[in-house]
Design a protein around this ligand. Structure first.
Ligand SMILES: [Zn+2]
Length: 156
């Protein structure tokens, strides 16, 4: 696998991370605008149509088609040990990124409330009371809020 940065076809920033899955498929994750796409995200492609069906309404509204027909959608980050970052709002003219940190499940009350299918408690839960909102261009700050970059810098 080869990783590198390119210019985002959606927002024009140079912080678009490309991951080559194979010769035909590349994933694109832009840290400038927080949107993602891949070579199969094109209208008419079965992969896209399947993804589209399960998208939340806001994500459908925020779809962006670039000059090559690539369809970009807002990314959703969900890392149980850190937190979540997702697009939140009512429509494309009224939305923001929301970042929620996870916290350890430590109290007895939480251990009863946050239970996996096998009956054991989760180790972390999303702390929705401490949700923070960021504007579209501040996607990186939203990721920082949940500590995504701290982890990478430590090399873990
Ligand atoms: Zn972008």
């Amino acid at each position: 696998m080869k990783d590198n940065l390119t210019t985002c076809d959606r927002c024009g920033s140079d912080a678009c991370y490309v991951q080559e899955v194979n010769h035909e498929i590349k994933n694109y994750m832009c840290y400038g605008c927080g949107f993602v796409t891949n070579s199969l995200m094109k209208k008419g492609e079965q992969f896209f149509e399947e993804q589209f069906e399960i998208l939340p309404e806001l994500y459908k509204d925020l779809l962006y088609e670039d000059k090559d027909g690539g369809v970009w959608i807002p990314s959703t980050v969900n890392i149980p040990t850190m937190g979540m970052v997702f697009a939140n709002g009512t429509n494309k003219s009224n939305w923001h990124w929301s970042a929620v940190r996870s916290v350890p499940v430590s109290t007895d009350e939480d251990k009863e409330k946050y239970v996996k299918k096998d009956g054991t408690p989760y180790e972390h839960r999303m702390d929705m009371e401490n949700i923070k909102n960021y504007s579209e261009k501040d996607y990186m700050e939203a990721l920082e809020h949940i500590g995504v970059f701290e982890k990478q810098e430590n090399g873990n």
